[in-house]
Write a protein that binds this ligand. Structure first.
Ligand SMILES: Nc1ncnc2c1ncn2[C@@H]1O[C@H](COP(=O)(O)OP(=O)(O)OP(=O)(O)O)[C@@H](O)[C@H]1O
Ligand SMILES: [Mg+2]
Length: 284
């Protein structure tokens, strides 16, 4: 599907009651200073981006470096205005949360695990006991593989990358967002922690039932996580393709060695590499 066509039924998994969350024709340019003349020049980053984020599909956004992925997340979160296009929401008051690429910088070094997670509730005036209970029960629900009760009083510097990532997730989830946007959340993690955190996120998504848009730089990660991979072109980014991943859930790690997995990964690589280099993958 290209950006100019209406989203297909496959990308519209919402029931009527859930409504459609649609990124519709989003374009964005920035004014930059020309390095030689100093004159302002317009650089288009996003060009008429259209796709849906259905409630029951895990949507992964995959695109080249500096193609405008973070800019698009900011626009969806309402932190940046598009030049044209709209973000069509099922409810105007729906809660959207964004976990930034540099999530570690967002943790407060002087707050322990529970205090960090409960911070949004502290801001809305929830009592200490109530917010601590909420943080504990959320961790018990989604994070027991990563953080144990013994860790709850620890500070971020005492924790591993995966544990810090879990705090960032939990802090976003404690307010029960309708849509969670994640910007390359696992890029800095080592291989086994990345595996672990992918499964923690999928479990949280399955249990708490929020919509999700997850940016990934890894084709392997995109296929493992996604029901739908939205492929972006080079800058100015538009939607090159929307690839469905019909692998059964719950997924087991072994799926990565299956023929279906390999074929999906190849399909995405073929489109992506042809966009970047004008050819498909080199297979000798
Ligand atoms: N506020 C801004 N002003 C000017 N240019 C900007 C601004 N924000 C982003 N850009 C430019 O827009 C382009 C896309 O940036 P963006 O961070 O959205 O890309 P990205 O796909 O997330 O990159 P990465 O793969 O490195 O995470 C870049 O060239 C960037 O320099
Ligand atoms: Mg980015």
């Amino acid at each position: 599907m290209t950006n100019n066509e209406a989203p297909t039924a496959a990308t519209q998994g919402d029931t009527k009651a859930d409504g459609t969350f649609r990124v519709q024709g989003i374009s964005k340019s920035f004014l930059l200073k020309d390095s030689k003349t100093g004159e302002p020049v317009k650089r288009q980053v996003l060009k008429e981006i259209t796709f849906d984020i259905p409630r029951d599909k895990f949507v992964v956004l995959f695109g080249p470096n500096a193609s405008g992925k973070t800019t698009l997340l900011k626009i969806i979160a309402g932190l940046e205005a598009p030049d044209s296009g709209i973000i069509e929401k099922p409810r105007p008051d729906m809660r959207i949360d964004l976990i930034f690429q540099n999530y570690r910088d967002s943790l407060f070094p002087w707050k322990d695990v529970l205090q960090n997670i409960a911070f949004p509730l502290e801001l809305s005036g929830v009592s200490k006991k109530e917010r601590n209970d909420a943080a504990r029960s959320l961790l018990a629900e989604i994070g027991s593989d990563v953080l144990s009760e013994n860790d709850y009083k620890k500070y971020p510097y005492e924790l591993s990358g995966g544990q810090q990532q879990l705090i960032a997730f939990s802090r976003a989830l404690i307010v029960r967002p309708d849509l969670l946007l994640l910007d390359e959340s696992f890029a800095a993690l080592d291989h086994d922690t990345r595996y672990l955190m992918q499964d923690v996120l999928i479990k949280a998504w399955e249990e708490l039932k929020f919509r999700v848009l997850f940016i990934s730089h890894s084709v392997w990660e995109a296929v493992y996580m996604a029901d739908v991979v939205v492929l972006l072109s080079k800058r100015p980014a538009n939607v090159l393709d929307v690839v469905e991943v019909p692998l059964e859930r719950p997924r087991k790690r072994e799926v990565e060695y299956s023929k279906d997995f390999f074929e999906l990964r190849s399909e995405i690589l073929r489109v992506f590499e042809s966009e970047l280099y004008g050819r498909g993958p080199i297979i000798s």
